[in-house]
Design a protein around this ligand. Structure first.
Ligand code: ADP
Ligand code: ADP
Length: 219
């Protein structure tokens, strides 16, 4: 993916606040990149733009062979569903759905047939060793287990790009380690990963660090 001269701002009265300024960035297939920087430096905003969850005001964004800046919302959303998995710090699981149903949800949106959904969910439950939790609800799980479910849900559609905003932010260090080792394995299997993290230790799992300060990439 390629970001060229990306600006993001918000207007409040006569004041314009810049969240991102002149972001120029290339991230290649197969990379494992960490975005770091102080609180408020624009990390989440940047990740959300890369993940097509957020708009930007100026600049160009190329993803695979698409010009994202030229796409309509529906087309962007289709691109997201097809290629991107997003892991949230606060898990964002649906409390009314079981573990099984949470993980299955993206496949339903993708129109995958029931028998195939069953097989795919069974595979990932097995891989993440959470088969025994499949009929529980999110509130019945520990933080680490909820994050595994969040990652399983992000991965079930076989995304090329996994985006994660502080994926271990609410976890203890042993749970965090499990998640980072999992990211490492996924990356070795070819998934491109971009994570926002405050942790030097987490960043060390990746191969490159992008430092943000006041909405700008630090050289
Ligand atoms: P980080 O993830 O590095 O903590 P964010 O990307 O969340 O930073 O936010 C960058 C800055 O922009 C922060 O100061 C935040 O308060 C501000 N901000 C984020 N979104 C909005 C918005 N929609 N309107 C106004 N300010 C915002
Ligand atoms: P964490 O540090 O990840 O929050 P917890 O101390 O909350 O871990 O959870 C430890 C264990 O207790 C986990 O195996 C989890 O499944 C179980 N558990 C946590 N909360 C509940 C709950 N509300 N009901 C049933 N089991 C729970």
């Amino acid at each position: 993916l390629d970001l060229k001269g990306i600006y993001k701002w918000v207007n409040a009265g006569n004041n314009r606040t810049f969240l991102l300024k002149d972001i120029n960035l290339t991230i290649n297939e197969g990379e494992f990149v960490s975005i770091m920087g102080p609180s408020g430096s624009g990390k989440s905003t940047l990740l959300n733009i890369i993940g097509m969850l957020d708009d930007f005001n100026e600049g160009e964004y190329y993803f695979l062979h698409e010009s994202v800046h030229k796409l309509k919302e529906k087309q962007r959303s289709d691109l997201y569903k097809r290629y991107i998995g997003f892991v949230f710090q606060a898990y964002h699981l649906i409390d009314e759905l079981t573990v099984y149903e949470n993980i299955e949800t993206p496949l339903i949106y993708q129109g995958v047939k029931s028998a195939e959904r069953k097989a795919l969910v069974a595979d990932i439950l097995d891989r993440f060793q959470i088969v025994g939790k499949k009929d529980l609800f999110p509130t019945q799980l520990s933080g680490g287990q909820q994050q595994l479910v969040g990652i399983a849900r992000a991965l079930i559609g076989k995304p090329k790009l996994l985006l994660a905003d502080e994926p271990t932010g609410n976890l203890n260090s042993a749970q965090g380690e499990v998640i980072m080792q999992l990211f490492n394995e996924l990356n070795k299997e070819g998934v491109t990963i971009i994570q926002v993290t405050h942790s030097e230790k987490n960043a060390a799992y990746g191969s490159r660090i992008i430092n943000l300060l006041d909405g700008m990439v630090q050289k």
